[in-house]
Each structure stands twice: as structure tokens, then as C-alpha cells.
Design a protein around this ligand. Structure first.
Ligand code: NZQ
Ligand code: ZN
Length: 387
């Protein structure tokens, strides 16, 4: 195990009716910018609960932070925040609303008038004003981490950066999940799975507790996925869904172990060029990446195959490939395309993504061994329709 420092100061407030506790959590005297997406919270009752809880608290609303939040929208929120001299941000919605709000928090902290995109591009926020969330979509883990992913429409770019500060608190009421459309549930399950894999599918033997935690989260997702996809999840399954998403990316399973994140980097480019939902991009690229990088991934794939899918027969290579096959089948069982052709993505997009990695010269993966030519091979492996 490598040396590490772990600190996750986000206060997690979990369960039915807990949105009402908002008023106790926001510091007295705050001027709050409350941020929202496109309106799902008006339809599922979350907005009414938040409004009731904010009675008597000085606040202003900003609506319209879209999926894969765009800097073009966030600039307007920053202007509003400056004009109203807000000193606290409350994001109400999915990962996009919260990620966008994280950038707003950084831009409002910045005393120099940098354009918000400069914060994203340089990946160097100097700080952030305090922010918190009511998270309505279990997927990103953004509610308990310091990461943000923001896009630029103008530049067709999607980049991630890390904040110096975590959310002050996040309120998670599993009842919020009841209104999620099936496509969003499927994408979120793929995202949660991929988050665990990015921190687990690396060199074996680094940490027993991290491996077992990661495998526990993967087994949980596989267990509850059919109920969620078929719309028959009970209260317990919804609570497990929401908490698993948070635990998958709150740094808990990354203590002292290496991480990969190559699949996410490639997936972000597909979203930047096509707008595809984030989780859906991962269902396409994860199996392809594991097949292309099989030499590096083989040992951990065998462990994953045995402990998560019960694969015990065959040579090492056969078992590793069978594990990739089961993972791809799992993504397909969610109703997601697992190939670019199945998703209706034209080959021109593959060329643009490959070119972008060539231009950047990025070395990806746990060992920085995934070079631009490997990205092109991953794109090729992800292309042909399976069915
Ligand atoms: O905008 P509204 O009307 O609120 O609707 C949203 C949106 O259309 C809807 N939705 C959210 N909660 C709902 C709901 N609909 C009904 N009932 C509810 N309870 O769902 C749609 C998608 O929302 P979005 O926030 O875009 O989804 P998600 O939470 O998956 O966030 C995706 C973004 O997060 C980034 C992704 O790249 C993408 O930009 N990620 C952030 C990470 C992080 N901060 O740590 C890590 C991830 O790997 C990921 O990259
Ligand atoms: Zn993700």
C-alpha cells in the first residue's frame, strides 16, 4: 500500500424527509445562491421541500444548469452571484448542477477576475466559497467529493478539475430517485460501476480492504440493478443505490492504491463531441479498454471475475476475457449500447477523438502506458456492433 492522507469532511445527511434539515445546516447570516437544472425538481416535489426549508434564509435562485454543465451558462450564474454578493451556494439536482455550482463557487472565491473557463483549463482553482448540495441523482459521487467536470460548448471540450474544498454537507433522500427516467437510471448504474473499476481494476495485491470494499460495492450494484431497471425497487434498494453511488467516489476505496481513469478521459471526449450521457460512454469504452489493455489488466480481471462473477474455469487469459464479457453483458442488461456502432455514433467521431489525444499527447491509465495509439485501438475495439 502507498502512503496516503485521507480526509473527507462532507457531512452526509441521508434519508426520507431530511431535506427539511437544510435550515439547520446553512450558516446563519448566509446569502445563498440556490442552483437548479432544467426543472425535474419542480415535478418531483424536491423544489417545494427546499423552498419550505429555506423560509427566512436570504437566497436567490439560478435555474438552467444543463447536463454536462456548460461554462457559457455558469458565467451567467457567476455574474448573478457577484451582483447579489452571495457567500454560500446550494446546488439542488444531479451531478451536473453540483459540478457547475462547484465552478461557480471557485469563480466567486477568485479575487482576480479570471474567466471561469481559465479555472477549468488550468485546473487550478485558488479556493471556493462554501457550497453544499441536495443531490437528486445517485451517480457521480459529486455530493461527497471535490471533483468537477465542466464543458465548453464553444470549444467542444469537457475537462475535470479538483477543488481545494469539499461540499460542506449533502442531503440525500432516496425518495428523489423515484422520478428518475429509465435511461438516467441505466447511465447512473454504469457510472457507479465505472467509478469503482477506475479505482480497483489496477495492479493486484495493493490493499485487501480496498479490494474487498470495491468488490462489495460492485456486488451491490449488480444485485440491485435489475430491480432499478425494471422499476420495482423498494425503499431498501433505493437507499442502497444512493449510498453506493456516494461511496463509489468519495475517496474511500482509493486509500493507498493506484487509480486509472483512462476510460473516463476517453468517455468525456465522446460526450464533448456528441452530448452522449456520461455513464453511457463508459458502458462503451470500459469493455474495449480492458480488452486492449489485457496484458496489464489480466491479473486483476481474474480476481474480479472470480469474486464478482464466480468465474473459476479456464486459463488465466480465458478467465480474464470471460470477466470482460460478463461486464459488457451487465452494461447491456441495463439497456445501454456497449459499442459505438450500436449507439449510432459515426466513424468520424472516432477520428476526432483519436486526433484529440494525439494533439494532447496524454499518457493515460494507472501506469501512464495508454498512449494515443492505444486510444485509437480502444476506439476500434469499441466500434463494431456486438449483436
Ligand atoms: O436538469 P434537471 O431537470 O434537474 O434533470 C436532470 C437531467 O436532465 C435529471 N434528473 C436529476 N435528478 C432527477 C432527474 N430527473 C428526475 N428525477 C430526479 N431525481 O437527470 C438528467 C441528468 O442529470 P445530470 O446531473 O446531468 O446527471 P449526473 O448526475 O449523471 O451528472 C453527470 C455529470 O457529472 C459528471 C459527468 O461528466 C457529467 O458532466 N461527473 C462528475 C463527477 C464528479 N463530480 O465527481 C464524476 C463523474 O465521473 C462524472 O464525470
Ligand atoms: Zn463517472
Amino acid at each position: 500500500m502507498q502512503n496516503f492522507t485521507f480526509c473527507n469532511p462532507t457531512k452526509l445527511i441521508f434519508g426520507r424527509g431530511m431535506i427539511a434539515s437544510l435550515a439547520d445546516e446553512i450558516p446563519q447570516g448566509s446569502r445563498v445562491l440556490v442552483t437548479f437544472g432544467g426543472g425535474s425538481v419542480r415535478r418531483n416535489g424536491v423544489y417545494d421541500q427546499v423552498s419550505a426549508a429555506l423560509t427566512g434564509i436570504d437566497h436567490v435562485e439560478f435555474w438552467g444548469i444543463e447536463s454536462n454543465p456548460k461554462v457559457e451558462t455558469l458565467r451567467r450564474a457567476v455574474e448573478l452571484g457577484k451582483r447579489k454578493k452571495v457567500n454560500f451556494i446550494l446546488a439542488v439536482g444531479g451531478g451536473s448542477v453540483l459540478d457547475g455550482s462547484k465552478l461557480i463557487a471557485c469563480a466567486l472565491f477568485d479575487r482576480e477576475t479570471r474567466d471561469p473557463w481559465e479555472i477549468v483549463r488550468t485546473r487550478r482553482p485558488r479556493g471556493a466559497i462554501p457550497y453544499a448540495s441536495v443531490m437528486t441523482l445517485p451517480a457521480t459521487g459529486s455530493e461527497m467529493n471535490a471533483y468537477s467536470v465542466v464543458s465548453s460548448l464553444e470549444l467542444e471540450e469537457k475537462l475535470s478539475f479538483t477543488l481545494p474544498d469539499f461540499p460542506r454537507f449533502s442531503i440525500l433522500d432516496p425518495d428523489c430517485c423515484r422520478s428518475l427516467p429509465p435511461a438516467q437510471v441505466a447511465a447512473s448504474l454504469a457510472d457507479i460501476t465505472a467509478h469503482v473499476l477506475e479505482q480497483y481494476m489496477t495492479s493486484p495485491g495493493q490493499s485487501r480492504p480496498m479490494d474487498r470494499w470495491a468488490e462489495g460495492l460492485l456486488l451491490t450494484v449488480i444485485d440491485i440493478a435489475p430491480m432499478l431497471v425494471e422499476g420495482r425497487a423498494d425503499d431498501a434498494a433505493l437507499a442502497d443505490y444512493m449510498l453506493t453511488a456516494t461511496l463509489a467516489l468519495n475517496n474511500m476505496i482509493a486509500m493507498g492504491v493506484s487509480e486509472d481513469w483512462a476510460t473516463h478521459s476517453i468517455g468525456h471526449e465522446l460526450t464533448a463531441f456528441t452530448g452522449m450521457a456520461h455513464g453511457a460512454t463508459l458502458a462503451i469504452f470500459y469493455p474495449a479498454l480492458l480488452r486492449v489493455m489485457i496484458d496489464e489488466k489480466e491479473a486483476k480481471l481474474v480476481q474480479f471475475g472470480e469474486r464478482v462473477f464466480g468465474i473459476t474455469e479456464g486459463t488465466t487469459r480465458e478467465r480474464a476475457l470471460a470477466a470482460v464479457g460478463r461486464l459488457e453483458d451487465f452494461f447491456a442488461s441495463l439497456g445501454l449500447p456497449t459499442r459505438l456502432a450500436e449507439a449510432g455514433i459515426g466513424e468520424e467521431v472516432d477520428r476526432r477523438i483519436a486526433e484529440r489525444f494525439r494533439e494532447r499527447g496524454w499518457k493515460l491509465g494507472e501506469n501512464r502506458t495508454i498512449l494515443p495509439d492505444d486510444v485509437a485501438r480502444i476506439l476500434a475495439a469499441a466500434r463494431p456492433a456486438k449483436h
